[in-house]
Design a protein around this ligand. Structure first.
Ligand code: HAS
Ligand code: HEM
Ligand code: CU
Length: 573
């Protein structure tokens, strides 16, 4: 029997093979679509790294034919990697996991409909992106204006993720009704809490796109207020980073211990982490807007302190996951204060990917706290430091973890085999090394004052030649080449795997790697600790999360609406 990390509770067996096959298929479609987006999106990365290495490749005939400008490439890179790859991967991952963990049947027609709708939204938005009619970067701040087709496609794509929220919450409520008095198993709990958080978060961007940007781009209204739009964008835009990283947390908590040979430390603590994220992820977005006018310093300061608070569940995670790793290493005879680390299975890509992602996240998280401090923010805001920060968070903590997941999840879903452990390992390690070098180069350039989002290598007379940035430029260029090699390795392994023959149904050869728990939650609410009982009513906590964000954003938006100023759009590129 496979034990789910919930108090010796066996994961339900799904005996209807046709249904299980269909559930796996839709998940596989989400995951593969996500990875194709990552492939196209990351192709631009090394070119941008060369730019920040002082080498301008955008004047070469091939690139001139393919891209109208640096910004068209950068828009594709940001949208495909940060918005499309993440959302598709997460939608598959966090639909499949609770469905298996709860053993509830989901409506497969609805699941396929959602996938098709999301893909249709993506394809519609891709047309203006590829034809240079939506060169707006992934933040699409107005008054930069793009084709309405882009906003409509994006709205359909993001809106579809809310249908997944509905399907998962519905599945969980049906489980609750069928299992009165039972405690939700951990993996399902984490998925439901994350989806609820994403719903609260998404309200900002959905309001922005549906009520402001689409009517404006269609010409139904005369103009748009850039500051209202930007504020609604960051309502979603900060919390979206937890939508990207919490699915990785799920695998760090629940599955990494198994890959390492250790146990989950504490189920109640993991539940607390996710509840804190549900409550506190969203009302912090003003830390992206310290430099913006017409938002009072008082509100900026409130959001700053709330940002420091939302660091706590990440620190809980850091210590819990580190303890799981230590547990694993000591079980294999590891000794000493740090010596135990050598006993971890570093050659296993399914282990190395998430652990290297975690190590990168220590640095990424620390940089985040710097960004959030209003005293440091003016030094780093809009500089190359910021892409440095988010390539070791979303670009590694999330992406490398997802790559590691793909090494066991795709065999699990398709019954195929990982073709080469050595090449997969090489992809993982080169990604980590490449991103560490990249982060060093970019953070360093940022501190010297090099701006982000600029074709710095093509600047007139190359002003940046006068700045002491030769060493970080060189590091950035080299990192781009290492990452190019890493990508090639990863996608080679991936395609060889996808194109190989199916061997079995994947259930036994590559099971969901559930770990055991040192301190489990009681399976019944009656016998459960206070922490378990207070974290179980997710519907009520969802309501509190919504209330909190309305309180923390209501007055800010009210003032912006009272001073709204509609301006016409611009087409810059
Ligand atoms: Fe951030 C900007 C603040 C986390 C992504 N962030 C961005 C942007 C992106 C992004 C994409 O306050 C750019 C947006 C744009 O285009 O303008 N960020 C934070 C803070 C956190 C944070 C306080 N960011 C993330 C995550 C992201 C992400 C997660 C994606 C997944 N960020 C900011 C701010 C800005 C910003 C400002 C605006 C900057 C500006 O001026 O424009 C925190 O959530 C971080 C908390 C994390 C930690 C780390 C915990 C460590 C763990 C690892 C443990 C390791 C182990 C391994 C166990 C405190 C969990 C042990 C290993 C062994 C071998 C034993
Ligand atoms: C921006 C390089 C992979 C997300 C950038 C920039 C560089 C870069 C140099 C800064 C461009 C500028 O500010 O002008 C790379 C390289 C990669 C890679 C070399 C690996 C091959 C990724 C991945 C993700 C990602 C995996 C997310 C999953 C982003 C985002 C931006 C960005 C969101 C910001 C775009 C904007 O400012 O509008 N990348 N990247 N990148 N990258 Fe990457
Ligand atoms: Cu943020």
């Amino acid at each position: 029997p496979v034990f789910s990390p919930n108090a010796a509770r066996e994961t339900p067996v799904i005996s209807d093979a046709a249904y299980l096959g269909s559930l796996k298929k839709v998940t596989q479609y989400y995951i593969v679509t996500a990875l194709l987006a990552l492939l196209v999106g990351t192709l631009m990365g090394p070119l941008q790294a060369l730019n920040y290495g002082g080498i301008n490749v955008y004047d070469t005939p091939i690139l001139k034919a393919l891209l109208k400008s640096y910004y068209q490439g950068l828009s594709l890179h940001g949208v495909l990697n940060a918005l499309v790859f993440t959302q598709f991967f997460i939608s598959g991952w966090m639909l499949y996991l609770p469905a298996r963990d709860l053993g509830m049947r989901i409506n497969m027609k609805f699941a396929w409909f959602t996938y098709i709708l999301m893909t249709a939204g993506l394809l519609v938005a891709a047309v203006p992106l590829l034809t240079n009619n939506a060169t707006l970067l992934y933040t699409f701040y107005p008054p930069m204006e793009g084709s309405p087709v882009f906003y409509i496609g994006a709205a359909v794509m993001v809106g579809s993720s809310l249908l997944v929220v509905g399907q998962v919450v519905n599945m969980w409520l049906r489980w609750k009704r069928a299992n009165p008095g039972r405690v939700t198993p951990l993996v399902a709990f984490m998925c439901v809490a994350t989806w609820m958080m994403w719903f609260v978060a998404a309200l900002g961007i959905v309001t922005e796109v549906v009520f402001l940007l689409i009517p404006w781009s269609l010409g139904w209204v005369a103009g748009v207020d850039p500051l209202i739009s930007k504020t609604l964008f960051w309502w979603t835009g900060h919390a979206i980073v937890y939508f990207w990283v919490l699915p990785a947390y799920i695998s760090w908590y629940a599955f990494l211990p198994k890959h390492a040979g250790g146990r989950i430390v504490s189920e109640p603590l993991a539940r607390l982490t996710f509840v804190l994220f549900l409550l506190n992820s969203t009302p912090v977005g003003l830390h992206h807007q310290y430099a913006d006018p017409n938002i009072s310093n008082a509100w900026k300061t409130v959001h700053m302190f709330l940002t420091f608070l939302v660091v706590i569940p990440s620190l809980l995670t850091a210590f819990s996951v580190a303890a799981s790793l230590e547990d694993a290493a000591r079980a294999r005879g590891g000794k000493g204060l740090f010596g135990w680390m050598t006993r971890l299975p570093w050659g296993k890509p399914m282990f190395a990917a998430p652990v290297l992602a975690l190590i990168s996240f220590i640095l990424g998280g620390a940089g985040g706290v710097v960004n959030a401090s209003s005293t440091f923010a003016p030094v780093v805001h809009n500089t190359a430091w910021i892409p440095g920060h988010f390539h070791i968070t979303v670009g590694t903590a999330t992406t490398l973890t997802f790559m590691g997941i793909s090494f066991w999840l795709i065999p699990h879903l398709t019954g195929k085999r990982l073709p080469s452990v050595r090449l997969a390992s090489a992809a993982v390690w080169t990604w980590f090394v490449g991103m560490m070098v990249f982060a060093l180069g970019m953070h360093w350039q940022g501190l010297v004052g090099v701006p982000r989002r600029a074709l710095v290598s093509g600047a007139a007379q190359n002003v940046y030649k006068e700045m002491p940035i030769q060493i970080p430029q060189m590091l950035t260029a080299i990192s781009g080449m290492i990452l190019l090699v890493s990508m090639l390795l990863y996608f080679y392994v991936l395609f060889r795997m996808l194109l190989s023959r199916r061997v079995d149904d994947g259930e036994v050869s590559s099971p969901i790697p559930y770990s055991e728990v040192i301190s489990p939650a009681s399976p019944n609410l009656a016998g459960a600790s206070a922490l378990v009982r207070y974290t179980e009513p997710l519907m009520a906590l969802w309501g509190v999360a919504l209330l909190l964000v309305l309180l923390m954003y209501g007055p800010v938006l009210a003032r912006l609406f009272a001073n709204a100023e509609l301006v016409p759009g611009w087409r810059l590129y």
